[in-house]
Design a protein around this ligand. Structure first.
Ligand code: ADP
Length: 539
């Protein structure tokens, strides 16, 4: 064993005889031990043991006040059970009884007085060696225990992560199932209405009133179906991270008025009073924001307020709140329990997820609204109690526009009929149903129509018919697509207006159309009056 270990070992000598201490001290110092403490008063033994923390105790047995056996007892009570009690008993008592009692009391060895100095030195060495080995073992154990501890906490962490991942997977499974259930329900229900009432329309004995009612129902079902599909497309875009704000100067006064015009009658047809409160100070009517997203947010909230309210009123308010614009939609409907206030903003989540719930819906509206609000750097929340109505708040930063152009677009709401124009329209459309629909609208408005079924055909027809004044261009066409056909046509007829008509209603599609040189863009399905209104801008 390394000598240094011996040299650094601490030794405590407890003997009431000064002479014995001197002998031992002399011997140990000769051996090179330098950390030695001694006492002749055994009552001080415990205190010294605690403060000095010796590697070895040389302990006399026969002492006044406290015998060596008593000291052993005190030490046993102090030292933990699994620790090594380094005691070498020094005794003049030769009896086997005394030695046994000392060993049973925790002593590790004994020496009989008078000492044989060589033996003292060997026994001290042996005991210190045992102590050293014990300590080594203790240290190894500590290291092992630490490693086990580390590994255990790593495993616990991994376990926790697995539990979180499992919960996430279960949650996403649950969401998928709830998504499929909701979406399937939300698609099949209006489809059922469309197909059912279409077949009823074939009845030749229908009264004109019934016919009109059925057509109304088909129309409503089709719009409900389109809303669901729009929501699904929207949420997919949000999930794909393709949702970006498109900020422009927006007339807030006009926006809320239009929304009130759109949703007020729906509320009133249910017997619900609808009130608009425009509390904007002068000069704040025009702000910079993404008007389409803002419209979607408020539309979702207004539609919900009407859906979840049976009687009473809806108050739609816009006001300035510090540096923000605050919209609130307060209804007197069924309300939402506090426990559901945040969950309803998650995808596919409804306050009442049961199959027996009264209201339809995909559970996407509020999550879309929340994603949009966040894009506008704003905030959305609800204040409500079950049975006490609900107030939804939207707060967006106020970026006033001082430079607004104040050019109001004149909206023409003329009927589709009798729009006599000497304008020839080329419709590039491969789908028969879509073409028939556009053809009917255009011919009813007295526009002569030419048709191309492919992009190449559209280019050729333009080359051969210099009297074509405007083109309605589908984007997904066989061969040359609508964008390439637009570029080709503009290469020899740069002045001809081309309006893209596409079922690709995704984010960025209108920008793509504009980049290709299209003069405007309409997403299918297109209402007849919207199509004509856009065409009028160019003819
Ligand atoms: P959907 O209306 O399609 O179910 P939303 O995301 O728009 O989905 O709304 C989620 C849920 O929030 C609704 O199902 C409903 O439980 C609750 N909710 C939303 N608006 C209101 C409201 N004005 N009053 C009561 N509950 C509402």
């Amino acid at each position: 064993m390394n000598n240094l270990i011996f040299k650094n070992s601490r030794i405590l000598i407890i003997d009431d005889k000064e002479a014995n201490i001197d002998i031992l001290l002399g011997l140990l110092e000769m051996q090179g031990y330098s950390h030695i403490q001694t006492t002749t008063d055994s009552r001080l033994a415990l205190g010294l043991f605690k403060s000095f923390n010796p590697d070895l105790v040389l302990l006399d047995l026969m002492m006044p006040h406290l015998s060596g056996f008593d000291v052993l007892k005190q030490l046993r009570e102090t030292i933990p059970a699994d620790a090594y009690l380094p005691v070498l008993v020094l005794t003049a008592d030769m009896t086997a009884e005394a030695r046994k009692r000392a060993l049973a009391g925790g002593a590790k060895d004994f020496l009989v007085k008078p000492f044989d100095l060589g033996e003292v030195s060997l026994r001290v060495n042996n005991l210190l060696f045992a102590r050293f080995l014990h300590q080594q073992l203790y240290n190894q154990n500590q290291i092992l225990e630490e490693r086990v501890q580390e590994r255990t906490s790593e495993l616990e962490q991994a376990n926790l992560e697995l539990i979180v991942a499992r919960d996430k997977a279960l949650e996403s499974d649950r969401l998928k199932i709830s998504f499929l259930n909701n979406v399937s329900h939300e698609i099949r229900t209006p489809f059922n209405g469309i197909l059912g009432f279409l077949s009823l329309l074939q009845d030749h004995d229908l009264s004109p009133k019934d016919r009109d009612d059925y057509i109304d129902i088909i129309n409503q079902s089709a719009y409900r179906l389109m809303n669901t599909i729009n929501d699904i497309v929207e949420i997919s875009q949000i999930q794909a991270g393709q949702n970006r704000p498109d900020v422009c100067e927006t007339n807030i006064d006009k926006l809320v008025e239009e929304l009130a015009l759109r949703y007020g009658p729906d509320a009133e047809s249910k017997g619900i009073e609808f009130r608009l409160h425009k509390n904007l100070p002068d000069g704040l009517q025009y702000i910079y924001t993404d008007d389409i997203k803002l419209r979607t947010i408020l539309s979702n909230l207004l539609a919900n307020a009407i859906k979840f309210t049976e009687t009473g009123s809806i108050d739609f308010q816009v006001r300035q709140n510090a540096h923000n614009l605050e919209f609130s939609i307060k209804d007197t409907g069924m309300g939402i329990p506090a426990s559901k206030h945040s969950v309803i903003f998650e995808r596919f989540m409804q306050a009442d997820p049961s199959n027996t719930r009264k209201f339809d819906g995909s559970g996407l509206g509020l999550s879309i609204a929340k994603a949009h609000v966040e894009l506008l750097e704003g905030n959305i929340w609800v204040e409500s109690e079950e049975g006490q109505g609900a107030t939804f708040f939207v707060l967006i930063p106020l970026y006033p526009s001082k430079l607004h152009l104040n050019k109001e677009v004149q909206v023409l709401n003329e009927p589709l009929m009798a729009e006599k124009k000497d304008v020839k329209i080329l419709v590039a459309e491969d789908d028969e149903v879509n073409f028939d629909y556009v053809y009917l609208i255009l011919t009813k408005a007295n526009y002569p129509v030419l048709r191309a079924r492919t992009g190449n055909e559209a280019v050729e027809l333009c080359r051969d018919n210099s009297d074509i004044d405007l083109i309605l261009m589908d984007i997904k066409l066989p061969g040359l697509d609508g964008y390439s056909a637009t570029k080709a046509i503009h290469s020899f007829r740069p002045e001809i207006p081309i309006i893209a008509l596409t079922a690709y209603a995704l984010y960025g599609e209108s920008e793509k159309a504009m980049e290709a040189g299209c003069n405007d863009y309409l997403a299918k399905p297109v209402k007849g009056e919207d199509l004509l209104a856009v065409m009028r801008k160019f003819i």
